[in-house]
Design a protein around this ligand. Structure first.
Ligand code: HEM
Length: 407
């Protein structure tokens, strides 16, 4: 399975397929070689570390403003019709991802290898939707390893085609935007940084690193924010409590990233969403280099073990009534903006998620703004729609909510 994709990010994805479910929370030696250290440094320096996040602040504000504008337009045009939250927010997140990776949102592009022009929607499918679906696509031979010799041509061709299209598109995007860099337009992007600072990387590696930012920015933050809005739409009391907090801190001003630290209840909603709907339910396999004793277990060297985040976050011994959505369990007036690891949602250790701060900034500001400006109620029948789909715990049925402008 690992050979279906060959990237840092898809290593993460494909590893997750070799699932070893366990009701124990296990942590062991993770694979952490020089290449991995270097690329993690690059992504933190240019995209996800605190200084880089300051540089991309304008893009995040645009994302929230654009989403809010579209919700207002929806309320004006169709006050009684449910809004499709995902359609709007997903597209704005993709725009942010493209700006961080390439310096600009891209409306369409001609791809030589495919002999066609791809629209923004098609790019989203090739770069985000298809790889997420492909990562969990089932090859029946995985269940019967002794039948591996039987060809499964249609499956292999599907995966290869997906891979080819993604590579071709990334190549086209890089070619086009490298020209802008060469013509010395002032562009603040990961592509510029990699071309200038990471000269030892191959073209393929640059494409992989850029794609990693695009897929990761577009998916998990959407999953978290959509589940939070579902829970708040379902629980008017929790929604009111959050609204009161925002009103008392912000009054008539809009909630911003600077003000987040004055909103302990908003943080509590965020953490509780990560606990109950952990977007990445399984952390990539850890490779054990040495014989190890761990939580009373003997773990021999050369084994691979998985961490079941969902299991940890829904463990009855750790959490009272784990099925309940109850932000109170995280409510702490002294809560710290950096306190992102109250749940296991971002993994842990050297391989801990590099994008946790960005995810927190976007999800909390978005949840805060959407509650500040609208009252949310689930569309009839929506409450039962709690199924998930995919490698991350994306809502199977995109959230449908009736929203009412508060002013
Ligand atoms: C709520 C949102 C998110 C959740 C729950 C999440 C969760 C995770 C988890 C569980 C891991 C594996 C950690 C481990 O192995 O211990 C991971 C890795 C990673 N995440 Fe996130 N993530 C989120 C958002 C993001 C965003 C927005 C980005 C950036 C664009 C990002 C970039 C990464 C990267 C680069 C890694 C690999 C780190 C490494 O291998 O050292 N994540 N994430």
């Amino acid at each position: 399975m690992v050979t279906r994709f060959s990237s840092i990010s898809t290593r993460k994805l494909s590893n997750a397929l070799k699932i070893l479910t366990s009701d124990k929370c296990m942590v062991a030696t993770s694979d952490y070689d020089d290449f991995h250290k270097t690329v993690k440094r690059h992504i933190l320096t240019n995209v996800l570390g605190p200084t880089a996040l300051k540089r991309h602040r304008g893009h995040r504000d645009t994302l929230i403003d654009n989403t809010s504008k579209q919700f207002h337009a929806h309320v004006k045009d169709y006050p009684l019709r449910a809004v499709s939250f995902r359609e709007i927010f997903e597209s704005e997140l993709f725009g942010l991802a493209m700006k961080e990776a390439l310096g600009t949102d891209v409306e369409s592009i001609y791809v030589d290898e495919l002999g066609t022009t791809l629209s923004r929607e098609e790019m989203f499918r090739v770069l985000v939707k298809d790889p997420m679906a492909g990562a969990i696509d089932v090859d029946w031979r995985d269940f019967f390893p002794y039948l591996k010799w039987i060809p499964n041509k249609s499956f292999e061709m599907k995966i290869q085609k997906m891979y080819f299209r993604r590579e071709a598109l990334m190549k086209a995007l890089i070619r086009k935007h490298s020209k802008r860099v060469a013509s010395s337009e002032e562009v603040n992007s990961y592509l510029n940084y990699l071309l200038a600072e990471a000269k030892t990387l191959s073209e393929k590696q640059v494409a992989m690193l850029l794609w990693e930012v695009i897929i990761e920015t577009s998916d998990t933050t959407l999953v978290t924010t959509e589940w939070a809005m579902y829970e708040l739409g379902k629980n008017p009391n929790l929604q009111d409590r959050l609204y009161q907090e925002i009103q008392s801190v912000c009054g008539s001003e809009k909630i911003t990233e600077e003000k987040l630290c004055q909103h302990p209840y908003l943080y509590a909603v965020f953490h509780e969403t990560l606990r109950k709907h952990s977007p990445v339910p399984l952390v990539p396999m850890r490779y054990v280099h040495e014989d190890t004793q761990l939580g009373g277990y003997y773990v021999p060297s050369n084994s691979e073990i998985a961490i079941n985040i969902y299991g940890c976050n829904m463990d009855e011994k750790q959490w009272e009534n784990p099925e309940d959505f109850n932000p109170e369990r995280f409510f702490d007036k002294k809560s710290d903006v950096m306190d992102l690891h109250k749940t296991m949602a971002f993994g842990g250790g050297k391989r801990v998620c590099a994008g946790s701060l960005q995810a927190m900034l976007i999800a909390c500001t978005a949840i805060g703004r959407f509650i500040q400006e609208f009252e949310w109620r689930l569309k009839d029948g929506e409450e039962e729609n709690v199924g998930t789909l995919g490698l991350t715990t994306q809502k199977l049925h995109p959230l449908q909510a009736i929203i009412k402008s508060r002013n």
